[in-house]
Design a protein around this ligand. Structure first.
Ligand SMILES: [Zn+2]
Length: 742
């Protein structure tokens, strides 16, 4: 096991295995098969990535979505691991390169979609290569009992006979017992060792509220608990997605829509923005999310009820993959139940399938109605027992008051019966509350015994009673009959007084609180810490943009937060931070150490005065020292590369110094980046065309130039343009000197 631990430390930058990782790795490295059920964020991929590096040959990873593969490949390459993804989106030339790398034994991991893997040509290529192992990710897709069946997964069973000597591992985050049995049977994993970790995601705080002006409820959550955070807002329909996204934008949020009806290019652009930028809200149908591996999604909000606990668990599981506090928030109402049941009944599924779906929806409603610990109820559904209440769900943090609603339930049920089981909720409430209108008189309902017997409760309370009775299966909704309510068999014992009904007292407006058991967070109470975190985050974003990768493949938020707390001052200290492996230390160490040292210097020199290393006025503070040193080395005749080597900085960090010096007019562009004049003109035109000072202009210019000119160089050219405009005092107003283009 020591070889595995060494890879974990050197390559991945972590000092110990979590949960059952070590056992799974040992099993696979030794040539055995395995089935791994591990919650999202539990470190599933390390279970096959480390054996892939331990065993000779290349590991195959079967994964259903291209976006997911690309994400993993980028992350592995950042670590210096030789990984590639073969998919139809690649140009033929690139495909051939990957194929020959495989033949030459120059690949550690190869990602493939199942349909690609099963092509005869691919199989022939793989038979000629040395395979370390086969990993089948999202293995629940093989089961019809799962919630995301994919027929092409069925044929993956063939791998057992084709590659009998190659160990195989199937992995998923969600699979109940029947789904697990299905995975084993269909993938021929009868001899596989099973590793079933718990489903608990302790850092996620579950909150479920009854709808009461849901937009305002959502707004409170965003403003009070998640200002500036990235999150996903799920809605059921495309129309609602678009309306909600537009409304959030009007409220000042950076929100984007995502649903299957948008053009593919728009979907992709929105997804990329969500992954690469900080603080973006994605408003989406459930078409969005699978294959999204963004670790710092701080909340998942549902404005509509999910149709099963599996779906709810999977969707909420996209929050907090980095292990930091996150919120799963759901607002649900009576109309949700009616809509979902209607969709279910009018669907084309077989009766048997509909029965399964009905059962799943009921379980979801049970979770909404429960007055005890939500997490305990959620885990119980997957067969996990939680010994104690979790202390990190709404019911634990703020135990709901309950009331004996037996009498109200009896009134509500009799009213359904007395009006002939032909009416919907709103009308029934009017009868109970005794509203005497024309329709009531037409049906003669002002003369029945339940007319006006419910005047003691308001309409909102009655809706709560009906919602609970429907959720608990005491009332069924007749979808063919336009939502008329009917009594179910289970209503009898209540009407006869044999069963009592306890309901939660409808919430006063919910306080959206941060997690009770707060672990390391990305919101700091100390202003210096927050400033340093923001500066580290800005540097990460800059480095990510320069390479065209998402920020989190450079470092996770948790790694930056640990830097803020530990304040490493040397490469050795920085290497001790979780998530900083050898390769990343080498590539980025100098960049981040520079900020950490600046922060330390600022603290000591100015007696704790807030020092934000990101904003730099160019002369007195520590950032100024860096500029002065760069300037001095430049005057000694060194170029960017020489300065980077001398000062142990990255070239892009040196360029960032250049940009500040250029902006201040202390340098001329020709001093630092001698570009042929026609090239310079082309670059300047591209920046102007991209909107010059507008947000994202450099990124657009970068793309317009075909990615051939690094962003850090573009930044220098832009700074020189601004300085020139300042000097000319012309009409084009240059942005202020502290403006930075992110
Ligand atoms: Zn709880």
């Amino acid at each position: 096991m020591s070889a595995a631990l060494e890879i974990l430390e050197k390559t991945f930058g972590y000092s110990e295995f979590r949960g059952q990782q070590a056992e799974v790795i040992e099993r696979l490295a030794g040539g055995g098969d395995a089935l791994v059920i591990m919650p999202t964020g539990g470190g599933k991929s390390l279970c096959y990535q480390i054996p892939a590096l331990l065993r000779p040959g290349c590991a195959l990873v079967v994964s259903p979505l291209i976006a997911l593969m690309q994400d993993q490949v980028q992350a592995l390459r950042q670590l210096g691991v030789r990984a590639a993804a073969l998919n139809s989106a690649l140009p033929a030339q690139a495909q051939r390169q990957i194929e020959s790398a495989l033949q030459d034994g120059e690949l550690d991991l190869l990602y493939l979609a199942p349909e690609r893997l099963l092509q005869p040509r691919t199989l022939a290529m793989l038979e000629a290569a040395e395979l370390a192992l086969v990993a089948i990710d999202e293995a629940h897709c093989v089961s019809q009992w799962g919630h995301d069946f994919r027929p092409e997964y069925l044929q993956l069973g063939e791998l057992a006979t084709r590659f009998p000597a190659v160990p195989r591992v199937a992995l998923t985050a969600t699979a109940d017992a029947p789904t697990r049995r299905d995975i084993i049977a269909r993938l021929q994993l009868g001899d596989a060792a099973q590793f079933i970790a718990g489903f608990d995601r302790p850092n996620i705080q579950y909150r479920i509220v009854a709808k009461d002006n849901p937009r305002q409820q959502l707004l409170r959550l965003l403003r009070e608990a998640h200002a500036g955070d990235a999150g996903i807002v799920y809605c059921l329909s495309r129309k609602k997605v678009e309306e909600t996204a537009a409304w959030l934008c009007a409220q000042g949020f950076d929100a984007l829509p995502y649903h299957a009806g948008l053009a593919a290019a728009t979907r992709e652009a929105n997804q990329t923005r969500f992954i690469r930028d900080e603080g973006v809200l994605m408003v989406a149908t459930i078409a969005f999310g699978m294959g999204i591996d963004k670790p710092n999604v701080r909340f998942v909000a549902h404005l509509d009820l999910p149709k099963s606990i599996e779906a709810y668990y999977q969707e909420t599981g996209r929050a907090g993959r980095d292990g930091l506090p996150a919120t799963a928030w759901l607002a649900w109402g009576l109309q949700d139940v009616i809509t979902l049941r209607q969709m279910l009944e009018s669907g084309e599924a077989s009766d048997a399938q509909k029965r399964v779906e009905r059962h799943k929806l009921e379980a979801m409603l049970g979770l909404c109605e429960v007055t005890g610990c939500r997490r305990r109820a959620l885990l119980a559904y997957f067969g996990d027992q939680l010994a104690e209440a979790c202390g990190n769900c709404d019911n634990c943090l703020d135990p709901p008051a309950t009331w004996d609603a037996t009498e109200a339930a009896q009134k509500a049920l009799s009213c359904v019966y007395r009006t002939g089981q032909r009416f919907g909720v709103n009308y029934l409430i009017d009868v109970l509350r005794g509203s005497d209108d024309e329709r009531m008189r037409r049906f003669g309902h002002q003369r029945i015994s339940t007319f006006g017997i419910g005047a003691d409760l308001d309409a909102r309370a009655w809706r709560g009673v009906y919602r609970a009775l429907i959720a608990q299966g005491l009332i069924s909704v007749d979808y063919a009959g336009h939502g008329a309510l009917r009594l179910a068999e289970a209503a009898r014992p209540v009407l006869r007084g044999e069963r009592r009904i306890q309901l939660r007292v409808e919430e006063k407006p919910q306080r959206a609180t941060r997690s009770g058991s707060r672990r390391r967070s990305t919101q700091f109470a100390d202003a210096d810490q927050q400033a340093l975190f923001d500066a580290l985050r800005a540097r990460r974003k800059q480095l990510a943009d320069e390479q065209g990768v998402p920020p989190y493949v450079i470092f996770h938020d948790a790694t930056l937060a640990e830097m803020v707390e530990q304040r490493p001052q040397s490469a050795a200290e920085l290497g001790g931070i979780s998530g900083v492996g050898e390769r990343k230390l080498e590539r980025y160490g100098a960049d981040f150490l520079e900020l950490l040292r600046d922060a330390a210097a600022g603290r000591n020199d100015d007696g704790g005065k807030g020092n934000d290393p990101a904003s730099d006025d160019g002369d007195s503070d520590s950032g100024g020292d860096s500029l002065a040193e760069t300037l001095q080395l430049l005057r000694l005749g060194m170029d960017a590369q020489g300065i980077a080597a001398r000062r142990a900085m990255t070239i892009s960090a040196v360029h960032a110094d250049f940009a500040r010096l250029l902006r201040d007019g202390r340098l001329e562009l020709d001093d630092v980046l001698p570009l042929p004049s026609e090239d310079r003109a082309t670059v300047e035109r591209a920046i102007t065309a991209a909107g010059d000072a507008s947000p994202g202009a450099l990124r657009r210019a970068f793309e317009a130039l075909g990615g051939g000119v690094p962003l850090s160089v573009l930044r220098c050219v832009q700074a020189a343009m601004w300085a020139r405009r300042d000097a000319a005092g012309g009409p084009g107003e240059a942005p202020p000197k502290d403006a930075t283009d992110a």
